[in-house]
Ligand binder design. Structure first.
Ligand code: IMP
Length: 429
């Protein structure tokens, strides 16, 4: 089983980190291939509760090689803080490898992210304000600074000498902001570079060598398909390129499509979203608040309350098809334990017509009304269930119905945040 990809099937925050943490024990390499520190993967294991923003969730296994692939953008300060925090709790970093091709989040990216959101006013995206969009924009505009540049003092000086005057002009003339000082940026980032340099290597070569030896690579997506620049609810999406969908995994790590053997997407047993943009099944008022409190649905990166709603099988079938999933993982089933009945959106009503198509028009998606099917709840604690047969019959029916509606088998269900609180139906690796 050479390459297994785990992606998000909804709007991010599905629990990819906890799934990777559990499955990683059977992999040789665990890799991130997209996004940046807008991601926040919460993992609970023998090291306590960790929020990973950049480091792959395989880091808790000292015998796994963890790769941050070329598709990931890196804020060096955040990466070093994350390493320091995990090291202080006993996690070792001997096996972390970072691609020299990763783009770097620079101070102007953070400033522009914030200033741009202000300028957008009511049309603000609700970004994580981590500089992600501006950094990916610079990547595409061929104006970025890469890890290989950052760790080469002369290369960095050259690249910064090009980028900074250009960005300062932008900051001053477009946004009326203060320019940044070359010396300050150069010295601060050179210090970061000196600490990060030992981890930097030719990761694509490393990965290909591992595949030639028959090793297994577990690839951890960031965000979710509905936040994807192409497939998602544009313009309320993240800017990651390559895409955080399965199709982006090869580009973001340096592997070919024919080397991928399995693609799994993680879905919560209900739906959440942070930031602005359409969400057809969103529950407003008390109903939404109840689900948020039961699921402790607050962003791992920004702490913002997540918008909560019922499972949207229309959106999920769409993301299943676009990624040609071989399996699904359902997380947080236990959050639904107390409900007497549970709703699932099976179709949309759009301008008076019933449809099962997830519309490409964001305005149309804002107008759709969800059509629900109501299923009986189980009103039993599922947190201790470890096998499918242990789950209450109504919970099993809920899982089966979602498989049917989305059109894909569910290989694993999680019933709590701890590593072992999971029901494995079909082994993932
Ligand atoms: P950005 O990626 O910070 O530019 O934010 C763009 C949109 O994606 C916003 O709605 C964010 O809330 C959302 N977003 C980005 N990363 C994540 C994530 O890891 N989980 C959930 N939402 C995210």
């Amino acid at each position: 089983m050479p390459v297994v990809i785990i992606i998000g099937g909804q709007w991010g925050d599905e629990g990819k980190g906890r799934v990777v943490d559990l499955v990683a024990r059977k992999a040789d390499i665990v890799a991130r291939y997209s996004g940046g520190n807008n991601a926040g993967h919460t993992v609970v294991n023998e090291f306590g509760e960790s929020r990973l923003h950049l480091v792959p969730a395989g880091i808790f296994y000292p015998d796994k090689v963890c790769v941050i692939g070329n598709g990931v953008i890196i804020d060096p300060k955040v990466l070093l803080e994350e390493i320091d925090d995990l090291q202080s709790r006993g996690v070792t970093f001997d096996n972390l490898r970072i691609s020299g091709r990763c783009q770097i989040i620079m101070p102007w990216h953070l400033m522009i992210d914030r200033l741009d959101e202000e300028l957008r006013g009511k049309g603000a995206i609700g970004t994580t304000a981590r500089g992600v969009g501006p950094c990916f924009s610079d990547k595409v505009a061929r104006a970025g600074i890469r890890m290989a540049d950052l760790i080469d003092p002369e290369g960095f000086r050259e690249r910064l000498s090009f980028a900074l005057p250009y960005k300062n002009a932008f900051l001053e003339k477009v946004y009326g902001a203060e320019p940044l000082s070359f010396d300050e940026v150069y010295s601060t980032y050179s210090e970061y570079a000196a600490r990060i340099a030992p981890f930097v290597t030719e990761t694509a070569e490393l990965v290909q060598d591992a595949l030639e030896r028959g090793e297994t690579i577990l690839m951890e997506g960031a965000q979710g398909t509905l936040l994807d620049l192409d497939a998602g609810t544009y313009e309320f999406v993240t800017s990651a390129t390559p895409s955080s969908m399965a199709a982006g995994a090869g580009v973001g790590l340096g592997i070919g499509p024919t080397q991928i053997s399995k693609v799994l997407a993680v879905y919560k047993a209900y739906q959440t979203r942070v930031g602005n943009g359409p969400m057809p099944t969103e529950l407003m008022g008390e109903e939404g608040d109840t689900l948020r409190e039961r699921g402790h649905e607050y962003g791992a990166t920004t702490g913002r309350p997540r918008r909560c709603g019922w499972f949207d099988a229309v959106a999920s079938r769409y993301t299943r098809r676009l990624n040609n999933l071989t399996g699904m993982v359902m997380t947080r089933l236990d959050v639904l334990d107390d409900y007497p009945t549970i709703k699932v959106c099976t179709a949309y009503r759009l301008d008076g017509k019933v449809t099962k198509i997830f519309p490409s028009s964001t305005r149309a998606l804002m107008r759709v009304e969800p059509i629900y099917e109501e299923l009986p709840g189980w009103q039993k604690d599922t947190k201790e269930c470890r096998a499918f047969k242990d789950l209450p019959p109504q919970a099993r029916s809920y899982i089966k119905r979602i498989e049917e509606l989305v059109g894909c088998p569910i290989d694993m269900v999680s019933v709590g945040p701890q590593r072992e609180q999971a029901v494995i139906i079909n082994p993932i690796i």
